[in-house]
Write a protein of this length. Sequence first.
Length: 258
Amino acid sequence: MTDTHPDLTAAGADWQAWQRSWDRQQEWYMPDREDRFRIMLDMVEALVGTAPRVLDLACGTGTITARLLARFPGATSTGVDLDPALLAIARGTFEGDERVSFVTADLKDPDWTAKLPHDSYDAVLTATALHWLHCEPLAALYGSIADLVRDGGVFMNADHMIDETTPRINAAERAQRHARMDRARDGGALDWAEWWQLAAQDPVLAEPTARRFEIYGEHADGDMPSPAWHARVLREKGFAEARPVWCSPSDTLLLALK
């Protein structure tokens, strides 16, 4: 078994191997991926303590939840997503852990919060997911999130946020990043499409992967507005403060305090 090509066990899929494989695929795009998670959890501790009730929004395989519980064993997490394949990995990984629950919901559905087990959360956390949404549905989602976060609680979104006022900086960063990615590909790194091809070949994940592509189709990005746009909209939706707390040349961790 390797990180790149997960195997099966007699009991079914090796969920930890799939987690490692997902991490490696994501790190091909974002080599500083763990930095944003570290700062995210630093700010969780600073603002809501070490035993928070967390909503892992668009949770995927449960990447944030895994890091949350490793650092804060007294935390609890509700993961919400629509992707049946990634949710299968998440549910398999955390099976039997009473601190974790998962909900299948479409974040573009105005009533998605009705499926959650709690009415409020200390922290709502998400990473590299909401760039799939265009500005109008994203602003509506931010309104729903503001209603879920308790007073004094936080929302954090780590994602691609593009400042269109700096086109030459953006172009230089993109060229350097893609050159690095090409070198990693030469070393055997999997991209997004290749990872999903592997999942489609897995006896356990083949069916949920097929359903996933029926839901989403091929990968398509939304608008990816600037950090200033995110901060402004979050304040308009009810947060008292909002600003970046970490950034890389291409990504930002935006924190909003209720």
